[in-house]
Design a protein around this ligand. Structure first.
Ligand code: WQD
Length: 329
């Protein structure tokens, strides 16, 4: 299959590109390199530098081949930042996403895979969260993802596109066999920050509250390995093409780990002390966020196989060490 991967040089994008090309798909990557790295891609991958904010650049890449599907992985993802700078997320995530949908329709790319997020659910009313859970985002990032999901629904009705909105829980880990991935600079998420503390690139970690309704008082999240995510995208492509049906599913494990679990596991695997201080809660953080992935299992036969905490931390630690030794950190 010919796959256009928008945002394919990023953390999730480059892992999807690796998994998709291993399966013999023809990949073209379109990326503005604002946070991704071209070095994350093998030389055999066609690459176009461009922005989803340029309709001209989108049209040009979409006319470069007869793509069977466009995979949209180009968005900002820091929930906290989105509350301080909603305009940045409105422009990149919403306008960029709408440009992509319009360009797909105009250039006859009938299938779209969209990287959505558990953030569309907002504060869990119940857990594990299934796809019937109310869609009430509590941060602008989650709202930006829901806005694109809803537009995909409209464009499917009005213009006949097929889409899959894949609601990721906490993407984590790295490909165990490919250390060359460049880690993100200025990370906001827990696991990359813990790695930076372990490598003494950061003095300490702030634990945002230890008074949550959890066994050790710290927040519990559902960490899904990025390669399991990539496999979920590939299975979703087959589903929407073979069934000519849309898909809105969670991609998570259903198992949760607390902040202290992550710290303890990293200390064991890295043999490093992780300094941390407990600070105030971060606004908008729920106690527990866990996914029900029954629908993904039933519809696309997908289950995570790489998302045990050992593999997530070991693969991340190995990649961070590679980056450190290569002076890329
Ligand atoms: C995880 C846990 C924090 C940093 C966000 C997005 C979500 C998804 C994943 C894309 C929480 C705690 C964190 C720190 C801490 N993104 N923490 N100190 O907030 O669960 O989800 O990223 O789809 O949509 O909302 O991820 O890694 O920021 O936090 O104590 O310095 O770690 O309180 O319990 P989060 P996170």
């Amino acid at each position: 299959m010919k796959i256009l991967v928008v945002g394919g040089a990023g953390y999730i994008g480059s892992h999807f590109v690796l998994a998709a090309s291993k399966k013999g798909n023809e990949i073209t990557v379109f990326d503005d390199l604002s946070s991704g790295f071209k070095s994350n891609l093998n030389d055999n991958i066609s690459f176009y530098k461009g922005s989803t904010l340029s309709k001209k650049e989108l049209d040009s890449v979409m006319l470069s081949d007869n793509f069977d599907v466009a995979v949209h992985l180009a968005a900002f993802k820091a929930a906290g930042e989105s509350m301080l700078n909603p305009g940045k997320y409105a422009t990149n995530n919403i306008i960029g996403g709408l440009n992509l949908i319009e360009s797909c329709v105009k250039n006859n790319i009938k299938n779209i895979i969209f990287s959505s997020s558990a953030a569309v659910y907002g504060t869990p009313r119940y857990t594990p969260i299934d796809e019937d859970h109310p869609l009430l985002p509590i941060n602008y990032y989650g709202y930006s993802k829901l806005t694109i999901e809803q537009n995909l629904k409209w464009f499917s009705k009005l213009k006949g596109i097929r889409y899959a909105s894949l609601r990721y829980f906490n993407a984590a880990g790295y490909d165990s066999n490919c250390k060359k991935f460049q880690v993100e600079s200025d990370p906001q998420n827990l696991i990359p920050l813990v790695m930076e503390v372990a490598l003494e690139k950061r003095d300490h970690l702030e634990v945002f509250g230890d008074d949550y309704a959890t066994p050790d008082g710290t927040g519990i999240r559902d960490y899904i390995h990025v390669t399991d995510l990539a496999e979920g995208h590939l299975a979703s492509i087959d589903y929407i093409i073979n069934n000519n049906e849309n898909l809105e599913i969670n991609l998570g494990t259903g198992e949760g780990f607390s902040v202290l679990d992550i710290i303890k596991k990293t200390q064991i695997i890295s043999n490093k002390k992780i300094n941390y201080v407990v600070s105030d809660r971060r606004s908008g953080d729920p106690d527990i966020v866990l996914s029900s992935s029954k629908k993904a299992k039933q519809l696309i036969g997908w289950s995570p196989t790489r998302s045990d905490l050992d593999n997530i931390i070991k693969s991340t630690w190995a990649t961070y060490n590679y980056n450190m030794k290569a002076n890329k950190l």
